[in-house]
Design a protein around this ligand. Structure first.
Ligand code: PHE
Length: 361
């Protein structure tokens, strides 16, 4: 029996070259070099040769083995690269494609309105402060000139959290207004103070114009010679910018708040002809906020000398001004989390409200 190493080499090399993919190549490798492969079988056959031929053929077979292993490695490289390229081609993504329009979220009118309010007062030099939603009695009431027996405490239908004894804890109240942020700011900062404080507020009410959770924005300006004229000018400028009307008629109606003196509720002029609400003209009035000159006792509570400093404050309902500007008829719909409602009344994200580029995107 003779073994033709050259013929084996030519045949197996051409099989390696012809292997179309990695799986086929591995099949060729097993059939050539595997335990039951052609080369292995030929090696086993060496025993039947005479010693001289055994040596020469053995060497030749070893050389063929090395050549095949090298050829398999080379072919493997080629096939791997090809496979990778096909895969990359198939999984190619165009990163410049725009997002699908239906996946775009909308900004809730409350967020949009707060952004607008912050932009307008920000341009006047007022900066934003925040306070906790769970307040203590001192900040929500006492320091605002509402001592424990004060009837105004009962006027605000308030949520108290339970204390350890299971009874309402008078020192854990869901804040009934953003006014406690006035107190916190005056306690921690020195005048001059020029701030607004937008945020959530809570009262136990529920009907078409009241929800248990709603939003306010507080304003507070304290300096040495602040007077009521500054309050009027500030609110006039705000209303003109916010409602995007040249000169919104404002009416300051004498009112009472324990923490301001004098106090005024502010109405804006509007018309409701034919059921259509128009802001800035007509002979109807709509209340949008409470305001006044900070009560000297409040300044005292905060360690600010009322002989040296005075200021004004206001508190405005965010939902109220959002409903007026954007024609949203029912307050309760703000919190029903209905995506169709949000699609209709919501705002494009990203384009943040600014006075320079227009408040509403
Ligand atoms: N905190 C008052 C309210 O919620 C509004 C207000 C704020 C009035 C600041 C005067 C000054 O009704």
């Amino acid at each position: 029996m003779s073994i033709d190493a050259d013929a084996l080499k030519t045949e197996l090399l051409s099989q390696i070259e012809a292997a179309p993919d990695l799986a086929a190549l591995d099949g060729v490798r097993v059939s050539a070099l595997g335990k039951k492969g052609r080369i292995t079988a030929a090696m086993k056959g060496l025993g039947g040769l005479d010693p001289e031929a055994r040596k020469a053929t053995g060497q030749a077979l070893n050389a063929v083995k090395d050549a095949l292993a090298a050829a398999i490695d080379a072919r493997k490289d080629v096939l791997e690269t090809a496979e990778m390229n096909t895969k990359l081609e198939a999984e190619r993504i165009d990163v410049t494609l725009p997002v699908r329009p239906e996946q775009r979220g909308k900004l809730h009118p409350i967020s949009q309105t707060i952004d607008e309010v912050v932009a307008i007062f920000g341009a006047m030099g007022l900066s934003v402060r925040e306070g906790p939603n769970i307040e203590d009695g001192f900040h929500n009431f006492t320091a605002l000139n509402m001592p424990p027996e004060h009837p105004a405490r009962q006027m605000m239908d308030t949520f108290y959290l339970k204390g350890e004894d299971g009874e309402a804890d008078m020192d854990r109240v869901l804040r009934t207004h953003t006014s406690p942020v006035q107190i916190r700011t005056m306690q921690s900062e020195k005048p001059p103070i020029r701030i607004i404080a937008p945020g959530r507020t809570y009262r136990s009410d529920y009907d078409a114009t009241h929800t248990p959770m709603f939003h306010q924005v507080e304003g507070l300006v304290i300096d040495k010679d602040i007077n009521f004229g500054h309050l009027k000018g500030c609110l006039q400028e705000f209303c003109d910018a916010y409602f995007e009307v040249d000169h919104v008629p404002l009416r300051f109606r004498p009112s009472y708040f324990p923490f301001t003196e004098p106090s005024a509720e502010v109405d804006i002029g509007c018309s409701r002809k034919g059921g259509e609400l128009k802001i800035g003209a007509g002979d109807d009035w709509l209340e949008i906020l409470g305001s006044g000159m900070v009560h000297p006792r409040v300044l005292d509570y905060c360690g600010i000398d009322p002989e040296e400093y005075q200021g004004f404050a206001f508190g405005m309902g965010i939902e109220r001004i959002a409903m007026l500007k954007y024609g949203i008829p029912d307050l309760r719909t703000f919190y029903e989390a209905d995506v169709r409602w949000l699609k209709h009344y919501g705002f494009a994200p990203i384009e943040v409200a600014s006075l320079e580029r227009g408040l509403t995107p």
